[in-house]
Design a protein around this ligand. Structure first.
Ligand SMILES: [Zn+2]
Length: 138
């Protein structure tokens, strides 16, 4: 699975899968680069995932230890799941950095992308096009 957003897939299998999905999840182990967010960690709890392994922590939204510890929770009818963190941390961080630098090849093209990638020459040309003074005009 290449999408960074796990939640829709988990929910779809849970809703559509019934009993066979519960058995499938209980026997499954999930390997991900980054700690599942709170929503995904909750979905995994409801799905009854067998075990989760991840690389880097998700300090802002992590649901498996960084912000909340949903994997450790036991609610009526739901059992927590074991989590192993810190696997290949540096490699995971590099993969995520590269993903966000390259952009999502399956995502919608953003108009903002060109704003962030303009070069100094582009900015200077834009300044001349709009007749604004540049620092070299003084
Ligand atoms: Zn998530």
């Amino acid at each position: 699975m290449r999408s960074p957003d796990l939640l829709p897939y988990v929910l779809c299998v849970c809703v559509c899968g019934g009993a066979w999905a519960a058995e499938l999840f209980a026997e499954s182990e999930l390997f991900v680069t980054c700690e599942p967010c709170i929503m995904c960690a909750g979905a995994l709890l409801h799905a009854g995932i067998g075990k989760v392994y991840f690389g880097c922590s998700n300090e802002r939204f992590g649901g498996c230890g960084s912000v909340l510890r949903l994997h450790d929770q036991s609610f009526p009818g739901l059992a927590g799941y074991p989590c192993v963190s810190g696997l290949f941390v540096e490699e995971a961080i590099q993969l995520l950095k590269q993903f966000y630098l390259d952009g999502n090849p399956n995502g919608i093209k953003s108009k903002h992308t060109t704003t962030h990638t303009r070069t100094r020459a582009d900015r200077t040309r834009h300044a001349h096009d709009t007749q604004l003074p540049t620092p070299s005009d003084h």
